[in-house]
Ligand binder design. Structure first.
Ligand SMILES: Nc1nc2c(ncn2[C@@H]2O[C@H](COP(=O)(O)OP(=O)(O)OP(=O)(O)O)[C@@H](O)[C@H]2O)c(=O)[nH]1
Ligand SMILES: [Mg+2]
Ligand SMILES: [Mg+2]
Length: 298
């Protein structure tokens, strides 16, 4: 078939490689989950099974794509982050986004019956997700992106928790609760929860307040390994190319690593300082004293 007269059509395909040396975030979001969550009667405002299912699908994506260095999920969305050194699919936008979206959706549907055993999926209420890639030029801006999503989680969860408590426990109509909450700030909502319902928002589950952060935990034998593979901290970011064998070694370590699901603050420095390998791209591990304080999965 080489050189057929039809081959010229290939020239209509546009290159879409994402800028080199930048962080790539692929954010996916459930399509029409307002309706879907109603149909399958998700618990309001937070359905633990639905969130656990999102997290399980995201862990599967992280395992499938060792180039991913961190992911953050809340509600029906997940952000997956590739390191600036990532060369997967020559950094082609459409290939990266469609692979993440379809892998996530496949696992979400595959795992559905584990989390909702008594609610088989029924057309047309089948879960699907959209996705987009955005690039960020520095670790600082990537962190601000992650902070933005976590702040959003907090604001929405405080609102939703207060709203549904007023409706479910305070017997208010949706309209009345919405009207009363109009123009309120965080302190007002905390007070409504505490004074009227005896609920201290701080005691709500961390997964609801903070969302879920996924990253790799390495079991490194020798500290020297930490320095074999990479040159990717921001000081040396102008030279991101790794040799083939370095890339393979790194991939192997990433594949072997455990994917951890955490519900912690990712806005302050502490999270990143204690886990420098997430941003540096060099496998590393927690100081010994800290190594038991995260919740491992799979
Ligand atoms: N009851 C319940 N609903 C949830 C939960 N998580 C997500 N949802 C629903 O999913 C929606 C997600 O919001 P959006 O992504 O903005 O809305 P969407 O309906 O998915 O619409 P598009 O994303 O634009 O397709 C929320 O508004 C809720 O209705 C949950 O744990 N419990
Ligand atoms: Mg959605
Ligand atoms: Mg959403």
């Amino acid at each position: 078939m080489a050189n057929s007269k039809f081959e010229y059509v290939k020239d209509f395909e546009q290159p879409d490689a994402l800028l080199p040396n930048t962080w790539i975030v692929v954010r996916i979001d459930g399509r029409g989950f307002h309706k879907l969550s109603d149909h399958y009667a998700f618990v309001k405002p937070n359905d633990r099974r639905a969130l656990d299912l999102m997290n399980a699908a995201a862990v599967a994506v992280m395992k499938d794509l060792p180039d991913l260095c961190i992911a953050y999920g809340v509600s029906d969305e997940y952000s997956f982050v590739f390191h600036p050194t990532c060369q997967l699919f020559e950094r082609r936008n459409a290939k990266l986004v469609t692979t993440i979206v379809s892998t996530f959706t496949a696992y979400y549907i595959h795992l559905w019956s584990t989390y909702f055993p008594s609610k088989p999926l029924q057309p047309p209420y089948l879960p699907s997700f959209d996705g987009r890639a955005v690039i960020y030029p520095s670790a600082r801006i990537l962190r601000d992106y992650m902070s933005w999503r976590q702040v959003d989680c907090h604001i929405n969860n405080l609102y939703n928790t207060t709203f549904w408590t007023m409706v479910q426990q305070g017997d208010m109509s949706n309209t009345d609760a919405e009207q009363e909450l109009k123009g309120t700030v965080s302190a007002d909502k905390n007070e409504i929860l505490f004074k009227r319902f005896g609920i201290n928002y701080n005691n709500e589950e961390e997964i609801y307040k903070k969302g879920s952060v996924l990253y790799r935990q390495y079991e490194l034998q020798q500290p020297s390994q930490e320095h074999e593979v990479g040159d990717e901290d921001e000081s040396s970011i102008s030279e991101p190319k790794q040799s083939r064998s370095q890339q393979d070694k790194l991939k192997k370590l990433r594949r072997k690593a455990q994917v951890v699901v955490d519900h912690v603050d990712i806005i302050r420095d502490e999270f990143w300082q204690r886990r420098p390998w997430i941003l540096s791209g060099k496998p590393g591990k927690l100081p010994a004293a800290d190594s038991n304080d995260t919740q491992a999965t799979q």
